[in-house]
Design a protein around this ligand. Structure first.
Ligand code: SAM
Ligand code: SF4
Length: 331
């Protein structure tokens, strides 16, 4: 599957639900309205859609949300999708989670064939973690991470860098993750569902880390948009995802599917296609394949995030903020 700019699409992010048991302040408001249950695709439909994407060349699927573990039957979907691993065309099945419900599923995930989970940890201080997530108990997340690591899953910690909120903890997060053998990735906050007013460019993060740690450029490339450095003190790789200050659209191989069957070829644009009608109109996948191929061909050249040179705040070139939250398309 190629788009009109010659980029090959190989990676699918599937948001299995936009609901969540936390309310991270930069992601959603307390009183957020979720997709109604009658809009949802069933687990069987999500499995069918993923099967078609795999046929069309997707070889990496990341299950995300909202919080994927709050979707009823989520583990059934993971099990269904795992049949594609290996010779079935799927190289990688990963999950992005807030970690709250991870401990009870860790062993089963490994048995099914999941090898890595990404867990969001924006702070290692319980009171600050609670303030950021509005409901989250850090201890539960750390228990989830420990259980997953003990089960044999590789862990990547995702930290959204929030100016004035957790910027004083970045070194601590690196040392903690390095000590435990987890990878860590720092992410710029995007103007999705929030104004992004806590934006801090990744270059500042790197400068801050370099004051205490010995960082050298690494040519390691993961399947995602991160660029990496090597940290001499911990021996680990540190990833940086900088959608605002260092756009990676030229090499974008990703598409996103919501729990309502809407395909977003680009996270940072509103353009989308509802895949439910072509899926539900026929038992064969011909209409679906045509709709997907058409949508992918028109994948936008790039997102429209940038930062205002005066205020240094992230903005969209055509509007200040995309009302769609990250939990709709998944991270
Ligand atoms: N609930 C899971 C979690 O928190 O990991 C999965 C979904 S969450 C939307 C995926 C990732 O997106 C998390 O690492 C989260 O911190 C990040 N995220 C949410 N809103 C964001 C925003 N406006 N800008 C940048 N990252 C964001
Ligand atoms: Fe939930 Fe993840 Fe959004 Fe936090 S970032 S509110 S855990 S979906």
């Amino acid at each position: 599957m190629f788009d009109q700019f010659g980029r090959r699409v190989t990676s699918l992010r599937l948001s299995v639900t936009d609901r969540c048991d936390l309310r991270c302040f930069y992601c959603m408001t307390e009183s957020v309205t979720f997709t109604s249950r009658r809009e949802l695709c069933s687990l069987e439909e999500l499995d069918r859609l993923c099967g078609v994407f795999i046929q069309l060349g997707v070889c990496k699927i990341r299950l995300t949300g909202g919080e994927p573990f709050v979707r009823k039957g989520f583990m059934k979907l993971v099990r269904l999708l795992s049949r594609h691993l290996g010779k079935g065309g799927l190289d990688e099945l990963t999950i992005t989670t807030n970690g709250i419900r991870l401990s009870q599923h860790a062993v089963e995930l490994l048995e099914i064939g999941v090898r890595r989970v990404n867990v969001s940890v924006d702070s290692l201080r319980p009171d600050r973690f609670l303030a950021i997530t509005r409901h989250g108990r850090l201890a539960r997340v750390l228990d989830g991470i420990t259980a997953a690591a003990s089960a044999g899953l590789r862990i990547r910690i995702n930290t959204v860098v929030l100016a004035g909120i957790n910027e004083d903890e970045l070194i601590e997060l690196v040392l903690w993750s390095g000590d435990h053998g987890y990878d860590i990735c720092f992410i710029e906050v995007m103007p999705l569902g929030s104004s992004g007013r806590y934006y801090m460019p990744i270059s500042q993060v790197q400068t801050q880390l370099a004051q205490r740690l010995t960082l050298t450029a690494s040519d390691y490339r993961s399947s995602g948009p991160a660029h990496y450095v090597h940290c001499a003190e911990t021996g680990q790789r540190i990833g940086f995802i900088a959608p605002i200050s260092r756009a990676f659209c030229e090499s974008c191989d990703r598409i996103r599917l919501t729990c309502a069957g809407t395909l977003f070829p680009c996270l940072g644009q509103e353009q989308s296609v509802d895949l439910r009608p072509p899926m539900r109109r026929s038992k064969t996948n011909t209409l679906l394949v045509t709709a997907i191929a058409e949508a992918l061909w028109h994948k936008p050249r790039g997102h429209s995030f940038s930062s205002d040179p005066v205020s240094n705040q992230p903005v969209l070139t055509n509007q200040p903020v995309l009302t769609r939250r990250m939990s709709v398309t998944g991270g």
